[in-house]
Design a protein around this ligand. Structure first.
Ligand SMILES: O=C(O)CCC(=O)C(=O)O
Ligand SMILES: [Fe+2]
Length: 382
């Protein structure tokens, strides 16, 4: 059965695939390696499995992408920017109704993540926070790629490694560099995908800087690589997570201890920067540019039958339904239970129910029984 037929089945047809066996798997590809303390992000190889990881799961985890000395220096810079009051509250606008308002937008409720501050240092490839950048020599030299004296790392080296590791993403530039400081008092991010817009952002790279992170500190990044099982990633210093900005659902679990959680988030794009020589970025909204294939632990026949689950429209509909509860929980954890949040949750459940009504019931029942596809070790906390 091809993907087109399956797409129809999702909304109209009555035919459903045979139940799946949940298959055992080899778990990830954790390359143990000796990372020099001074290693700058970009200076040391990314996992050799990067391309396979991204194509099979939509994400790739690199246990150590930078050394202790460098990650400590970046953590100190972020901590000091926070102490100087140069960062901003992290806000989200939650839709509360589908009815348009006078200015053409839709009604919403703006909420703040408690204890979480952020700042874009780079946006559209340009420095947009001059004062903060001036006060951050380590991040500044990483961006300008002038740290030859520290193992030849920096943005240029990192971009080259990503281009090499996943050439099909056609990455051309760093679009955004955001720093984040979470005081560790419950702050978290609700379930989301990073990009629905046309900025050309394709790949998210998150570098964690948590010194002596322990499970009791919370703040794990939870990836939901539908239809595969969710994975929690520890925000340990030097750990880098790469994932599709367009496709990969993720959230940040609540921080549980008064230990700051510091993060550098990078978004890489294709198609060049605005005003550059290249054409408008190719978009993978059609699903064509991301070469999805299922991990080897899924039987090839089943993999073929399940390809339709990853067509963007299908994945969007099904995750809205299957992760409706987790989405609601993550919104409440991030923003509390104010009236505005309650209105947003009511709309969220209404939309999930409307989406569910459009999907073939037998197929949905089957998917509820068989998904997510689980490999034996679900949680990675190296
Ligand atoms: O802090 C993290 O681990 C992820 C943050 C995130 O998802 C975002 O900034 O979009
Ligand atoms: Fe995100």
């Amino acid at each position: 059965m091809n993907a087109e037929n399956k797409t129809e089945n999702l909304t109209k047809g009555s035919q459903v695939a045979a139940p799946l066996d949940l298959l055992a798997s080899d778990l990830a590809n954790l390359e143990v390696r000796d990372t020099p303390d001074e290693a700058v992000l970009g200076s040391i190889p990314l996992p050799s499995s990067l391309s396979d990881d991204l194509a099979e799961t939509g994400y790739s985890v690199c246990g150590t992408a930078a050394g202790k000395t460098w990650t400590s220096a970046v953590r100190e810079e972020i901590t000091s920017l926070h102490a100087k009051g140069l960062m901003q509250k992290s806000l989200n606008r939650l839709a509360t109704s589908r009815a348009p308002v006078a200015d053409g937008g839709s009604p919403g409720h703006t909420c703040e993540k408690p204890g979480v501050s952020e700042l874009n240092l780079i946006q559209g490839g340009q420095v947009v926070a001059e004062e903060a950048m001036a006060a951050s020599p380590v991040l500044r030299s990483w961006f300008h790629g002038t740290n030859d004296d520290c193992c030849g790392g920096g943005l240029t080296a990192m971009l080259a490694k990503l281009q090499d590791g996943a050439p099909w993403l056609a990455l051309t530039h760093l679009d955004t560099l955001k720093i984040q400081f979470n005081e560790g008092v419950g702050g978290c991010f609700p379930l989301h995908r990073d990009t629905q817009d046309k900025t050309g952002r394709k790949l998210t790279a998150i570098l964690y800087l948590g010194e002596n992170w322990e499970a009791t500190h919370g703040g794990e990044l939870r990836l939901l690589p539908f239809p595969l099982a969710p994975v929690n990633v520890a925000p340990r210093a030097g750990q880098l997570v790469l994932f599709s900005s367009v496709a990969t659902l993720h959230r940040v679990m609540p921080a549980k201890a008064a230990v700051p959680r510091c993060v550098v988030s990078l978004w890489f794009g294709s198609g060049g920067l605005p005003g550059g020589d290249l054409e408008t970025p190719p978009t993978d909204v059609s699903g064509k540019l991301f070469p999805w294939r299922y991990p080897k632990w899924i039987d090839p026949d089943q993999a073929e039958q399940l390809a339709f689950l990853r067509l963007p429209k299908n994945a969007d509909m099904l995750t809205k339904i299957l992760y409706a509860e987790e989405m609601a929980e993550s919104i409440e954890e991030a923003f509390g239970k104010s009236e505005g949040v309650q209105a947003a949750l009511a709309l969220h459940f209404e939309e999930a129910a409307r989406t569910e009504a459009a999907v073939n019931k037998a197929l949905l029942e089957l998917l509820r029984e068989t998904l997510p596809l689980t490999c034996p070790a679900e949680s990675y906390q190296a």
